[in-house]
Design a protein around this ligand. Structure first.
Ligand SMILES: NC(=O)C1=CN([C@@H]2O[C@H](COP(=O)(O)OP(=O)(O)OC[C@H]3O[C@@H](n4cnc5c(N)ncnc54)[C@H](OP(=O)(O)O)[C@@H]3O)[C@@H](O)[C@H]2O)C=CC1
Ligand SMILES: O=C(O)[C@@H]1CCC=N1
Length: 269
C-alpha cells in the first residue's frame, strides 16, 4: 500500500501494529514513523523493523496519511492539542483507545476530520488479533479499506456500528486477560496433580487455542461442541457440573458487564 503511516505512542499495541504492517510487507519501513517520549524504546523498534522514529508527535502528524493514536485514553487530550494544526485535511486519524469516541476527536480536531475508531487486542502481537472498526462520514470507502488492510495484517477485523463500540473491550479487547487467567488456573490445577508447570501451560494453552479454532472453523454452537466432549458418566461432565455449581458462566457474564460499565463511564465528552 502506498500510504504513509504514523503512530503516536510506542507501547504494546503500537508494536503489534508495526509488526503486522512490516512483517506482512503491507507498507515499506520508510513509509512508517513512530513517536514516543522514550527514545530508547524507539531505537529498539527502529532496529527491529527499520522504521523512522522521532520524539516529536507533530512530525508524525505532518508525515502521515494514516495517523494512529496508540496512547492511553487520558493522554489523548494532550496529544490532540499538540497535533491539531499538523493533521492534514486528507489524513485519516485512527484511535485504538477505550473511551475515545468519534465525536470526541471531531470536537478536538474539527468536524471535517476523517476519523476511524477501533478496538484491537494484544493477540495482535502474534498476528492473531481481533479488531472492531467504525468510521465517521468523512472517511471514504477506499480510506476505510486501507485501514482495514492495516488491521488485517495482525488479525481479524469486523466493521461495526459505533453505538456498539463501547461493548467491544469486554468481548475481545479486554477478554485476552480473562483467558490468560483461565489458562493459568487450568495449569495450576494440573500442577496440583504433579504435571510440570511448563508442560501444564503448553497443554492448557493449546487446548484453548484448539477449542477457539473449532468454534471459528466448524460454525457449530459452542454448547454442541461442549457436548461432544462430555462422555455420559465420564470425566468432563463432572468438571462441567462443578463449574456450573461455582457460577463459572455467571461470573464471566458479570465480568463482561463490569467491563462494559467501565468503558461507558470512561467515555470522554
Ligand atoms: N493493551 C491492550 O490490551 C489494549 C489497549 N488498547 C488501547 O491502546 C492504547 C495503548 O495501549 P498500550 O499499547 O497497552 O499502552 P502502552 O502504555 O504500552 O503504550 C503507550 C505508549 O505511549 C507513550 N506515551 C505516553 N505519553 C506520550 C506522549 N505524550 N507522546 C508520545 N508517546 C507517549 C507511553 O510512554 P510511557 O510508558 O512513558 O507513558 C507508551 O510507550 C490505549 O488507549 C488502550 O486503551 C486497545 C486494545 C487493547
Ligand atoms: O484495559 C484497557 O482499558 C484496555 C482496553 C482494552 C484492553 N486494554
Amino acid at each position: 500500500m502506498n500510504k504513509k503511516v504514523g503512530i503516536i505512542g510506542c507501547g504494546n499495541m503500537a508494536s503489534a501494529i508495526i509488526g503486522g504492517i512490516i512483517q506482512s510487507k503491507l507498507i515499506s519501513p520508510e513509509n512508517v514513523i513512530v513517536s514516543d517520549r522514550d527514545y530508547a524504546k524507539l531505537e529498539l523498534i527502529s532496529k527491529k523493523y527499520g522504521i523512522k522514529i522521532t520524539k516529536d508527535n507533530t512530525e508524525v502528524a505532518n508525515f502521515s496519511d494514516i495517523l494512529i493514536l496508540a496512547v492511553k485514553p487520558y493522554i489523548h487530550d494532550v496529544i490532540l492539542e499538540e497535533i491539531k494544526n499538523n493533521v492534514k485535511s486528507d489524513t485519516v486519524v485512527v484511535t485504538i483507545a477505550a473511551g475515545i469516541d468519534i465525536n470526541y476527536i471531531e470536537t478536538k480536531l474539527g468536524q471535517t476530520v476523517k476519523v476511524i475508531r477501533t478496538m484491537p487486542n494484544t493477540p495482535a502481537l502474534v498476528r492473531q488479533g481481533m479488531s472492531a472498526l467504525c468510521a465517521n462520514k468523512n472517511v471514504t470507502d477506499k480510506e476505510l479499506e486501507n485501514v482495514v488492510k492495516i488491521f488485517e495484517s495482525f488479525g481479524k477485523v469486523e466493521i461495526i456500528d459505533e453505538k456498539l463500540m463501547d461493548f467491544i473491550p469486554a468481548i475481545s479487547g479486554s477478554s485476552p486477560a480473562y483467558v490468560f487467567m483461565f489458562i493459568e488456573a487450568l495449569a495450576d490445577g494440573g500442577v496440583v496433580s504433579g504435571i510440570p508447570r511448563d508442560k501444564a501451560y503448553k497443554m492448557a494453552a493449546q487446548a484453548v487455542l484448539g477449542a477457539a479454532q473449532m468454534v471459528l472453523e466448524t460454525g457449530k454452537h459452542p454448547g454442541e461442541l461442549k457436548d461432544m466432549v462430555c462422555t455420559p458418566g465420564g470425566t468432563t461432565i463432572e468438571a462441567v457440573s462443578s463449574l456450573e455449581r461455582n457460577n463459572f458462566r455467571g461470573a464471566v457474564i458479570e465480568a463482561v458487564k463490569a467491563c462494559n460499565d467501565k468503558a461507558v463511564s470512561m467515555l470522554k465528552k
